[in-house]
Design a binder for this molecule. Structure first.
Ligand SMILES: [Zn+2]
Length: 117
């Protein structure tokens, strides 16, 4: 369950980005998850809920947007969308692909409630 480690990192990232901004509660978290990371959204949601407990992010809604993989062939420069287990270049047939997208987990945006409101 690498989702637990991911969720812990995510909560840490959220807490450091809202620190000192008078945030009372984080309402929503928009996350882009590359398919290459093989994250199970439900597992990540559960792990997030547990990791956020007792912080300002407790009870926040987690919006997970999956990002498809994109690869560039190192031999011929062809750009393609690889399958999870197949990185052969459809143009030249070599296995020399570099994943350029779909490998990251990006915290897109946060909706927060400030102490004022
Ligand atoms: Zn190629």
């Amino acid at each position: 369950m690498h989702e637990v480690a991911l969720a812990n990192d995510l909560v840490e990232q959220i807490l450091s980005s809202v620190a000192g901004r008078g945030v009372a509660r984080v309402l929503e978290v928009d996350l882009q998850v590359g398919v290459q990371r093989l994250v199970v959204p439900e597992a990540l949601r559960m792990a997030f809920e547990a990791a956020a407990r007792g912080t300002v992010a407790e009870g926040a809604r987690l919006e997970i947007q999956e990002v498809a993989a994109r690869a560039v062939c190192g031999s011929c420069g062809f750009e393609f969308r690889p399958d999870i287990d197949c990185y052969l270049c459809p143009a030249c047939g070599r296995a020399d692909a570099r994943i350029v997208e779909g490998n990251d987990i990006i915290l897109q945006s946060l909706s927060c409630e400030t102490e004022e409101s």
